[in-house]
Design a protein around this ligand. Structure first.
Ligand code: PRX
Length: 670
């Protein structure tokens, strides 16, 4: 397997050390944590994570491997995730802010929701879901909600009932939402009328109509569409309601004011949510996360790696529609009774100083974002953050590799040389962090994610399954030797794909019930330095990372192929100064058609319409033919080399049509 677009561009970097002030207040400053979580103590060490939660019934078996590799954690235990994120804090923190909502328009002032209010609103929503929709534990509900408090309120209301939520990123199209809804077999879709993004009030309800239509074409009838109003009391979308199917949540809630719903006591190995993510085929995978294992894991990571204390104001800029938002905007911070910030819009709206005004106004002291956002903020003005009086103790970077130079700017300017940084490497599948420093214990190294977090034992394997030792400078497939409580349970309704994708390559005995036989293959290429720090080089599968968002090349290619004129399509990732990488889309036409701007536009529109605007190709090239092997396989790596302006295109001896290369180069480079 050849790692794509992933040469090691970096040299060894110098360490940066946390300040004594940070260490003095840190939740975990004792390096014995690494001893406690050593492999010899596996799996008992994870008890420490479960103990951060309140259990209705304590578990009897920490790890059940009888259905390997579908691991069951904390078996016999019962708990409720909503209770752990809300109810249990009331005694001590009733009047403390749970959620700060920052609307994008600055003239709409910041909304504060206390734990008491959150509890009220979640109870009322749970009552509505139970009585009006007839939902019960184990049912799935698809959410297509933007970044407003109604999203965590809905998620927590589902969790209270044991209903499995499946939130689809609001930036995805109605069709993308439909595919996920059909796979999850949801009968209820919950959405919002409108929301703000980059200064525009977007009509979001129209996507629900599209989603219901497409789902119906695929044989799934959506019985109810629940619509939250962005401005309560006023329906703001130009798209009309469909009688008998569409219901305004804010109106329905009037029937449930002051209703209370007892949190349903759920088995630890029940399912909390599905999160669809991209893989090697066109069909997104429904990554299935457990209640007890997932929540224990994210709570512990929030405490130890994010260093969240209840008195902290924590701002993770990720959208809740991605795993980072689930784990580190909603579940982790709320389980620890912190105040979590939800910002509706774009970080640079109306100007690049918006973030710092928010941080200053709210007294944010933990800040969590992606390299793409950091690069964009830096480009907008190298010194702007220094004008503001916020004080961060801790900052996180996540989602894509960060260049050491960008890291240093993050540290010196956004962190003012005071805040520690954790570079956290993980995935939708992992639930929480896999590699990162424990910030008060290990020094930072720009561009490296750090060693495995306590309890995670990374290893680099070559294609034959041999271990590549740390410090050898050789890249290989980054794997994790052991299972962990935050790891997905399976892929929804597709155990075979789960086993194939993550274990088939390295499991020597598929019948084994011993976890040692099942190293988890992450799909990333990486190098481990002599100090154990991991540098991520990029994906080895057909996944590209655009601005920290994970997209499947096959999803984009299949969208392009819906355009009548298109015969073949190939997507490649191209280096971009701000977004890390962006997609270039190569297409060839069916006989009888001539290339035109109009066809290129049709292709772009199809991708935006079918996948969503985040997948919009930066360029579409209509080529006379694709570079192919003699067996007809498109050699994407050659297209990637051309798009990335590489002199060396690699091995081209296997090409059946080498003459196309010059033509493609002329098209791309002019
Ligand atoms: O390639 C890695 C990259 O993002 C992928 C996971 O994407 P997703 O499931 O959407 O989850 C994103 C948030 C955790 C990984 O396989 N990635 C994630 N974090 C980092 C990273 N690449 C480099 N450094 C990171 N810190």
């Amino acid at each position: 397997m050849e790692p794509k677009h992933c040469e090691a561009r970096w040299q060894e970097e110098e360490y940066y050390y946390p300040s004594p002030d940070f260490i003095g207040q840190a939740n975990c400053a004792d390096s014995s944590v690494y001893d406690r979580f050593c492999l010899d103590n596996f799996p008992e060490c994870f008890k420490e994570m479960a103990e951060l939660l309140d259990w209705d019934k304590y578990w009897h078996t920490i790890l059940d491997t009888s259905d390997a590799p579908c691991w069951k954690w904390f078996v016999g235990g019962k708990l409720n995730a909503c209770y752990n994120c809300v109810d249990r804090h009331l005694k001590k923190y009733r009047n403390k802010t749970a959620i700060y909502f920052v609307p994008e328009p600055e003239e709409e002032r910041i909304l504060k929701i206390t734990y008491q209010e959150l509890w009220r609103r979640v109870n009322e929503m749970a009552a509505l879901l139970q009585d009006f929709c007839g939902l019960k534990a184990g049912d799935r509900v698809t959410l297509h909600l933007p970044m407003t408090p109604e999203l965590p309120i809905t998620m927590l209301a589902c969790a209270r009932l044991g209903v499995i939520h499946s939130q689809v990123f609001a930036g995805f199209s109605g069709k993308a939402c439909a595919d996920r809804l059909v796979d999850a077999e949801s009968e209820v879709l919950i959405t919002m009328d409108v929301y703000y993004r980059a200064g525009s009030l977007l009509d979001h309800k129209q996507k629900a109509d599209e989603a219901v239509k497409v789902a119906e074409e695929q044989g799934k009838k959506v019985k109810k569409v629940l619509i939250w109003q962005r401005y309560p009391g006023k329906y703001s979308s130009p798209t009309p309601l469909v009688e008998g199917r569409d219901f305004i949540v804010n109106d329905l809630l009037k029937n449930y004011y002051h209703k209370e719903v007892k949190p349903v006591s759920m088995p630890a190995e029940g399912t909390l949510f599905l999160m669809y993510t991209s893989g090697s085929t066109g069909k997104p995978k429904g990554v299935q996360h457990s209640i007890g294992g997932y929540l224990s894991y994210v709570t512990w990571m929030s405490k130890v790696i994010q260093d969240i204390h209840p008195e902290d104001v924590y701002w993770c800029m990720a959208d809740i529609g991605w795993i980072t938002g689930h784990s580190f905007v909603v579940y982790g911070p709320l389980a620890l009774a912190a105040s979590t910030v939800i910002y509706e819009g774009t970080p640079t709206y109306p100007d690049a100083e918006r973030c710092w005004r928010i941080a200053e106004e709210l007294g944010v002291n933990i800040f969590h974002t992606s390299p793409t956002a950091i690069r964009a903020l830096r480009k907008a003005g190298e010194d702007l953050p220094l004008k503001y009086n916020y004080e961060f103790k801790h900052m996180t970077t996540v989602g894509e590799p960060i260049e050491p130079e960008v890291w240093r700017w993050y540290y010196k300017v956004i962190g003012k040389g005071k805040a520690v940084i954790v570079d956290t490497w993980w995935q939708t599948e992992s639930g929480g962090f896999l590699c990162s420093t424990v910030p008060a214990i290990k020094p930072m190294k720009p561009g490296s994610a750090g060693p495995g977090v306590p309890g995670i034992h990374p290893v680099i394997l070559d294609d034959e399954g041999n271990e590549i030792p740390p410090g050898s400078g050789k890249a290989g497939n980054l794997c994790i030797k052991n299972p962990w409580p935050g790891l997905m349970q399976t892929i929804w309704k597709d155990r075979e794909r789960y086993v194939d994708t993550y274990y088939a390559k390295y499991c020597k005995n598929p019948k084994s019930k011993d976890w040692r036989d099942w190293p988890y293959m992450s799909g990333d290429a990486a190098v481990i330095a002599a100090d154990g720090y991991v540098r991520i080089l990029g994906r080895v599968d057909d996944v590209i990372n655009v601005a920290g968002h994970r997209l499947g090349t096959k999803e984009i290619e299949s969208a392009a192929l819906t355009v009548e004129e298109i015969a073949e399509a190939a997507v490649v990732a191209v280096y971009d100064e701000i977004k890390g990488t962006v997609p270039h889309l190569y297409v060839s036409l069916k006989p009888g058609y001539d290339p035109s701007d109009e066809i290129a536009k049709k292709v772009t529109d199809a991708v935006c319409d079918i996948v969503g605007k985040i997948a919009k190709p930066a360029k579409v090239f209509i080529v006379p033919d694709m570079p192919k092997t003699r067996s007809g396989k498109i050699l994407r790596r050659i297209l990637a080399a051309i798009s990335n302006k590489k002199e060396d295109l690699g091995d081209i001896t296997t090409l059946s049509n080498p003459h196309v290369i010059e033509e493609i180069k002329r098209l791309v480079h002019g």
